[in-house]
Write a protein that binds this ligand. Structure first.
Ligand code: DAT
Ligand code: MG
Length: 138
């Protein structure tokens, strides 16, 4: 176990539904610390870089369209074992499989509109934090 920082995005559906406070509150109540926060509209170029691992998959176009459809809230979230811990609070990728009590299990029903993104490994967190917080201060 170690102190880690991870990237969270409240996706456009979460921002437009007014869920930022609810989602940030869950991370804060668990004991994680906010180290950075930015509300921004992602460009197509940034979306394609962020989701580079999914390039070529059938849903890639939809994914890029959705994540660029409105503002997102990008968060740098820090704490003990934060990368896996944040993913656990988020729940399974498909809200149909997300347990009640998780963010997706409580707040989403659709795979394509699943409210949050969280980095899935140390390497992803480093890469994704650099995309959204390029000044390196988080
Ligand atoms: P996660 O967001 O849990 O890390 P992922 O990285 O596998 O999941 O996929 C990124 C996003 O792409 C996911 O949040 C929702 C969407 N997605 C994943 N698989 C999909 C599929 N089979 N059809 C449509 N959208 C999908
Ligand atoms: Mg992922």
């Amino acid at each position: 176990m170690a102190t880690e920082t991870t990237l969270v995005l409240v996706k456009p559906d979460g921002v437009s539904r007014g869920l930022c406070g609810e989602i940030v509150g869950r991370f804060e109540r668990r004991g994680y610390e906010l180290r950075g926060a930015r509300l921004l509209k992602i460009t197509r170029a940034l979306a394609q870089r962020h989701y580079a691992e999914h390039r070529g998959k059938p849903f890639f176009g939809e994914l890029v369209s959705f994540i660029t459809s409105g503002p997102v809230l990008a968060l740098a979230v820090r704490g003990e074992n934060a990368i896996d811990g944040v993913r656990a609070l988020m729940g399974a990728t498909d809200p149909a499989d997300s347990a009640p009590g998780t963010i997706r299990g409580d707040l989403a029903t659709l795979l394509g509109e699943n409210v949050v993104h969280g980095s899935d490994s140390k390497a992803s967190a480093k890469r994704e934090l650099a995309l959204f917080f390029p000044d390196g201060l988080v």
